[in-house]
Design a protein around this ligand. Sequence first.
Ligand SMILES: Cc1ncc(COP(=O)(O)O)c(C=O)c1O
Length: 397
Amino acid sequence: MSLDWEARFSPYGRRATASEIRELLKILDRPGIISFAGGIPDPTFFPTALIAEAHRRVLEDPARAGASLQYSISEGFPPLREWLAGHMRAKGVACGIDNILITTGSQQGIYLTGRLLLSPGDGVLTARPTYLGVLQAFTGNEPRYGALSALTGEAPVDAKFAYAMPDFANPTGESIPPAERTALVSGAHAHDVVLLEDAAYSDLRYSGAPRPSLLALDLERRGSIEDTRVIYTGTFSKTIIPGLRVGWVVAPTPVIRKLVLLKQASDLHTSTLTQMVLAEVAARLRQSHLAMLCENYGARCDTMLRALALHMPPGVTWTTPEGGMFIWVTLPEGLDGAQLLAEAIELGVAFVPGAAFFAGDRKRNTLRLNFSLCDPDTIREGIARLGQLVARKTQQS
Ligand SMILES: Cc1ncc(COP(=O)(O)O)c(C=O)c1O
């Protein structure tokens, strides 16, 4: 008889459950399905040749080859952190390499921040809906979820930190307006709450003017990164490639020092070779790469918005993102995204039902559509099919 493993799992381990989306993606990525479900970049835009060349350059360089395959420090490869300090400075965040930790994807930065700050019962404020990966990362810590909007209100706030995606949020594609960003930072001070800023999509802007990060705003107010209350996570996943799994955290040094220890306990360090390769690629990749991504993804976003306007029946609304990878659709009350998905799959179209992105009080009449993966013709075809289905369901309800 096999062991009763469930009984042996810790309460933390027991609380880990499969993400609805990951389970869903296994079914949805079948050939022949037009999938707006994933949240992934288009691999045809990956700078594959540059990445291959960078691996070769590092491995064929006698001065670097050994070190690239060796254990290294948990903080991360110093030249990559130097490059990131410059990258952050260009965004109005004056910081040094001691304020930067390289992580295995920004997901690890989010996870470790939860581990560092949260005790069972602590409050975490998030947008509603929010990034599913953040709910997964924190669930084991048994937080109480509250609304991000509480931070800008008058009522007392009992929360350890607030998680925000100021630019092109997953899943809605929406951005926080400039005045609200300032209000969030002021609210964080007023209510003595730490801000966890997730900038995963910030560089994928297709229209409108760039807005300051919460960290830049707080730094402007406080004068030094050491006096800020923002923990910022960034990633190469959306602008270069996700598969090498490199992200970073920017924070005051006492926070970085502790995160380093937690990371050390978890994976010692992010792959040395990978960090060396990314240091090369980030420095050599021209601005034109990001411009190419923005042009293509921007055109796909436009195509999807136009197709929605053409094919969705009255009563359906959606967000108009200025960047990122997602559009959030709200169906008339009474329709359910999950039920719609079952029928959409029959028509060869997939998306993620919006309910998955709520910690509680789920809005079931919502869906998340990804526009970064499919080419414009496929987007038009998929939205036409989806529009016909929604029109039919709306008439029936
Ligand atoms: C909002 C958001 N934050 C963080 C991540 C994690 O990305 P990565 O770990 O690849 O940096 C994702 C991935 O999709 C995301 O959508």
